[in-house]
Ligand binder design. Structure first.
Ligand code: AMP
Ligand code: FE
Ligand code: FE
Ligand code: ZN
Length: 289
């Protein structure tokens, strides 16, 4: 039999991807994947529609990408994305924190849009937020799409480079969850956690190996080693670090549909690493829906 193909990091229209959850599992099947994780930002709303649309032979790993924060070597705030899998989505702590984050995301996106409008850019904050479900995890890609529609930029990528990226004038940070708190919250709900694109320097300041060692002590399960934003040197460094700290090594595309140029299944996780990840989850059968 062919080797099982596994992609553990994807986004649907429930957050900032462009495939609906049902389309996403169909896209995964067409790309020859056998296992796909749905990891929308700060929501589990896609689990049920994805499960219902699952093609025969495809396994769905229910997950989410949690917006967290940590510090760098100089004590500066660092945005950290934590992939969480196989946790109980009805955990009251998780439900409350995800609701808080989605409100925070909406308020922060409005602030960014208001600043742009005040500078005379063709952006209508009410219109942008009005297009989103009130409980959706609003993100910069939504604002980027509005800039494309307004003709200000020709692509989502250009919107990030010119206006929305970390360090650009309109970037506004959020009050995210301390990453240690998030790791404990997911472990308490039976799940496992993987640090997403830990050394993706193009996204802004990143955590240090020392911080990752502390997070491993806290119960972190794995590191996303193979990610489109990591070059081969970075991957080698992360692979060694994961080995040293006894962390699972994953590889994933971080697929966002047409909001990015990355194909689903472009990066994959080795089956033995996936088995190790699942083995560390303590949740009994996870209820989807
Ligand atoms: P936010 O969650 O609002 O901070 O926005 C971050 C999201 O924007 C993440 O999901 C990234 O995947 C996406 N993103 C970051 N940089 C880019 C880029 N250059 N082009 C397209 N999407 C990006
Ligand atoms: Fe995203
Ligand atoms: Fe991310
Ligand atoms: Zn992601």
């Amino acid at each position: 039999m062919d080797r099982v193909r596994i992609d553990l990091h994807t986004h649907s229209t429930v957050s900032d991807g462009t495939d609906s959850p049902a389309e996403l599992v169909a896209t995964a099947a067409r790309a020859g994947l056998n296992v796909v994780a749905l990891t929308d930002h700060d929501t589990t709303a896609g689990w049920q529609p994805a499960t219902q649309a699952l093609p025969p032979g495809m396994r769905l790993v229910p997950g989410a990408e949690l917006s967290c924060e940590s510090v760098d070597a100089y004590g500066r705030r660092v945005s950290v994305h934590l992939l969480a899998y196989l946790f109980d989505p009805t955990s009251p702590t998780i439900v409350a924190e995800q609701q808080r984050l989605r409100r925070e995301r909406r308020d922060r996106l409005r602030t960014m849009a208001v600043h742009m409008a005040a500078d005379g850019l063709p952006v209508d904050p009410d219109e942008i937020l009005g297009l989103l479900d009130p409980d959706a995890p609003a993100g910069r890609p939504h604002l980027a799409q509005a800039l494309v529609r307004a003709g200000l930029v020709s692509s989502v990528d250009e919107a990030f480079t010119s206006y929305l990226g970390n360090g650009r004038g309109y970037y506004v940070p959020r009050r995210d969850t301390p990453v240690e708190t998030a790791i404990e919250m997911i472990a308490d709900a039976g799940g496992v956690t993987v640090l997403a694109h830990p050394f993706a320097a193009s996204r802004g300041p990143t955590v240090t190996p020392e911080v990752i060692a502390d997070l491993a002590e806290c119960g972190l399960t794995g590191l996303e080693v193979d990610h489109p934003n990591h070059d081969s040197e970075t991957r080698a460094e992360l692979r060694d670090l994961a080995k040293e700290l006894d962390l699972v090594r994953t590889g994933s595309s971080d697929y966002h549909g047409t909001n990015k140029t990355i194909a689903i299944g472009q990066e994959t996780t080795a089956p033995e690493e996936f088995e190790a990840l699942v083995a560390r989850a303590s949740g009994a059968a996870v209820q989807v829906g």
